[in-house]
Design a protein around this ligand. Structure first.
Ligand code: HDE
Length: 775
């Protein structure tokens, strides 16, 4: 039986964190304080300038501006990467300094230009002259604006932030950025896996959660996902799973989806993928927001402490807002109505001062020869360790507080790599991890056009760099000296090897057992179903219902019957009931299970539903307004919503001023339920002048409805998606007529009271009672 007792280091870590975490929360570090001030500024701005998302830092004039002036500064919520040299020295330059300088249009060489609207021609009717260097420069550069998108995780969104260590990881690792109150700048990129760069955010998929810590000891990248396990146990299978999941090679469809034959063909044959696939079919596959996702390092890492002891460690990100998801119908509607939903949500939350934050935590296991904990092989990335067996110990806090200034320069060009490690954190022999160590640098050579991608501003380390890597495409370093080799005497022997006392990264001297070279897995990797069942058994009834519907949808979209039947055989090995329900939906017989394993104990930590309430920061509240009513009191509600840390969107029958300076951000024609977390109805909502009552109403609806049919649809969809609804005054009648009543529908005379109750409901994310789950 494997040892289940934690090592000394693991025990020490287990006793400390809560205390330190509290202290950190009570006494915010400098960066966090700055964040608080910025958040207050953003909230104040929001009161006057109602919604985040203004395209520029200054509202535009109606006429084209013609008086030369310096470029506008970035918006208050935006910053670029820190301004360090290609080799990591702080230049002291303001990070908001722009790539553009001076008021006048120039060539890329700085020569001022008089005209960029007409090419140089031999007379007004041409022909165009080859001599036109400006035309050629402009068109040539344009021709090369695109770079290859990432082969996976092409669609993403990024933000800057700060990480503050709690000091609680001291017992486990010497990594300096985890020291108490140590602040480290970070850049995070979230992503979907399957879709192209322009695909929709809310597709059913795994999400990437990649964090670059610019530490004093070199850059540390934690390149994880929002799902703690992976499809494959060996990196050599990665091209296979990705080829299967990407669009079919003949027609190149479907985009950004797993609901097609090749994906299910692969996962039903390669059954080690079943556990990850089950997570994808669960609500985890359609997060509400990047802000409400957990993150996982997936692999087991090896850490080293100051006493020279090593532990095996799994990294976790815990969102302060809780783990929440969309419902499938919302996700699908959003694919059309707002394909940028997650990207917008992240940027808007930061701009409005609702800074997303996550606690970094570790599960710590003894480092012994077996590398097994409680019977779970720690080197098998298709397995997780239930938190009930190894609690997640908080070791620091990540806060995202600045949006990018330029998507391409930062989010697109950021390059993560699992091999970006710092002293105190090392890799293990997990064969998936080992292959990743090769892939990430290799892929950047093509994607970022050569070997010097670490010199791109977003990728520059903040620690001093003295490598002997030279030349290559896009070399930004202006290296001095004549001896980029070791040993040398001509450059005074520099650079020198660092000792441990100088903070060198030392590969841990792990014993590799004597073995024969083979292409095979250990026997422990053969169990493909017990943890899938653990996940299924840990779900609440409503989550199980969603899983059944997801499998039925995805397999229902497959063409080949054999593939559906084969996947049902895999489901039978997870759970009879799950298999039977999906089989019923597909109109196929449910097969019998073919494998046996001990019944796993459920892990409540895997479920998203129940128990706790969560902050409602950055949630979007729609307010339906009647311009003929008391708009002054609606403005008070709007301000209370801002005061409560949420974002109000006023919905009127028309755009512009709805009376008393209350500005509409949405109209009955432009609003749709999926962009709101809750909707308040502040008065009557008769059909607006652009309502096409006969068409907007469903057949059989009254020809002259009391309420605009689009408002009725808005409320009914919110109701279907189990969102909180509130109304006061004449709004109560609107709600009643829409047929929305019961749990989570709040009515009253006092707007403040209704808002308070709705906010409380948001703490549970959804009105779960509205789902009649029977699985
Ligand atoms: Fe990745 N992965 N991956 N991956 N991965 C990439 O690197 C790869 C794996 C993950 O926002 C690529 O720069 C292989 C697991 C994230 O820029 C590429 C294998 C996990 C991101 C690559 C894996 C991940 C990537 C594509 C199997 C979760 C986005 C572009 C051995 C722990 C990072 C790039 C960003 C990106 C290869 C498996 C997470 C091709 C070969 C497991 C979050 O190098």
């Amino acid at each position: 039986m494997p040892p289940t007792k934690p090592t000394k280091a693991a025990k020490k870590a287990a006793t400390k964190p809560a205390k330190a975490a509290k202290k950190t929360a009570a006494k915010p570090a400098k960066a966090a304080k700055k964040g608080v001030k910025k958040a207050a500024d953003a909230a104040a701005a929001l009161l006057e300038q109602p919604v985040p998302g203004a395209p520029g830092s200054e509202p535009p004039a109606l006429e084209e501006p013609t008086t030369p002036r310096e470029p506008l500064p970035p918006k208050a919520d935006q910053t670029g990467p820190a301004v360090v040299t290609a080799t990591g020295t702080d230049t002291g330059v303001d990070p908001t300094a722009r790539a553009q300088q001076g008021p006048f249009l120039t060539t890329s060489q700085g020569a001022r230009l008089r005209d960029t609207d007409h090419s140089l021609k031999a007379g007004p009717r041409g022909p165009t002259l080859l001599q036109d260097h400006h035309l050629r420069e402009k068109i040539t550069h344009f021709d090369h604006e695109r770079i290859p998108e990432r082969v996976v995780h092409a669609r993403g969104a990024g933000a800057h932030g700060v990480f503050v260590g709690y000091g609680t990881a001291d017992a486990v690792t010497v990594a300096g950025f985890l020291a108490k109150d140590k602040e480290t700048p970070v850049f995070v990129r979230f992503s979907t896996v399957l879709g192209s760069r322009g695909s929709a955010d809310t597709v059913r998929d795994t999400r990437g959660f990649a964090t670059k810590f610019y530490t004093d000891e070199g850059t540390f990248d934690l390149v994880g996902n929002n799902i703690p396990v992976f499809f494959i146990q060996d990196g050599i299978k990665f091209p296979d799973v990705v080829h299967a999941a990407k669009p079919h090679p003949d027609r190149e469809i479907p985009q950004a989806q797993s609901a097609h034959d090749t994906f299910w063909d692969f996962v039903s044959l390669h059954t080690e993928a079943q556990h990850h696939t089950l997570w994808n079919m669960s609500d985890r596959g359609i997060p509400r927001s990047y802000r409400t996702m957990e993150g996982f390092g997936v692999h087991t890492f090896r850490c080293l402490n100051a006493e020279g002891e090593t532990s095996l460690v799994k990294f976790h990100w815990k969102p302060r807002l809780g783990v929440h998801s969309l419902v499938w119908e919302e996700a699908q509607l959003l694919g059309g109505l707002d394909p940028d939903f997650h990207r917008r949500d992240l940027a808007d939350a930061i701009e409005s001062g609702a800074f997303p934050s996550w606690e970094l935590g570790v599960q710590v296991f003894p480092d012994d020869e077996e590398q097994v904990f409680a019977g779970i092989d720690l080197l098998d990335p298709t397995k997780l360790v239930p938190e009930e067996l190894a609690p997640v110990q908080p070791i620091g806090l990540l806060t995202l507080n600045r949006n990018v200034t330029n998507f391409f320069a930062e989010t697109e060009q950021v390059a993560f790599h699992l091999g970006n490690l710092v002293p105190g954190i090392d890799v293990t022999d997990d064969p998936l991890l080992q292959a990743r160590l090769f892939s990430y640098v290799d892929t950047q050579l093509t994607r970022l056009g050569g070997p010097n991608f670490s010199q791109i501003p977003i990728n520059r380390p903040h620690a001093p760099v003295n490598d002997m890597l030279r030349d290559g495409f896009h070399q930004h370093g202006d290296h001095v000296g004549v001896a980029p080799y070791r040993p040398n005497s001509l450059d005074g022997g520099c650079p020198f090897h660092a000792g441990v006392e100088d903070g060198a990264f030392v590969d841990l001297a792990v014993t590799v057992p004597a073995a024969t070279k083979v292409r095979e897995n250990p026997a422990s990797y053969d169990d493909h179903f017990s943890q899938a069942r653990l996940f299924w058994k840990s779900m609440s009834s409503v989550e199980r219902e969603h899983i059944v519907l997801a499998y039925t949808f995805e397999l229902g979209k497959c063409y080949e019957q054999a593939i559906k039947e084969r996947q049902l055989m895999a489901l039978a090995n997870i759970d009879d009931e799950l298999c039977a329900q999906v089989a019923q939906g597909l109109g196929l017989p449910a097969p019998e299970r073919t494998v046996e394993y001990p019944e796993p104990d459920p892990s409540p930590a895997l479920s998203q539903v129940g128990g706790e309430t969560w902050p409602s920061d950055g949630r979007i509240i729609g307010i339906v307004v009647d311009p003929s009513g008391d708009t002054g009191s609606v403005d008070e509600v709007r301000r209370s919503v801002v005061g409560a840390g949420m974002v109000p969107l006023v919905i009127g029958p028309h755009g512009g001023d709805l009376g008393g300076g209350l500005i509409a951000q949405r109209t009955f024609g432009t609003a749709r339920s999926v962009e709101f977390d809750a909707v308040l109805v502040a008065g009557a909502a008769p059909p607006a002048s652009d309502a096409l009552v006969a068409r907007d109403s469903k057949a059989g609806a009254p020809a002259t409805p009391a309420t605009d049919p689009r408002v009725t649809l808005l409320l009914q969809e919110c109701f279907r998606h189990a969102k909180a609804l509130g109304a006061w005054g004449d709004g109560q009648q609107v709600l009643e007529e829409s047929g929305c009543a019961g749990a989570g529908v709040v009515t009253g005379d006092q707007p403040a009271g209704v808002l308070a109750e709705v906010q409380e409901l948001l703490g549970l994310h959804r009105v779960w009672e509205r789902f009649a789950a029977e699985v």
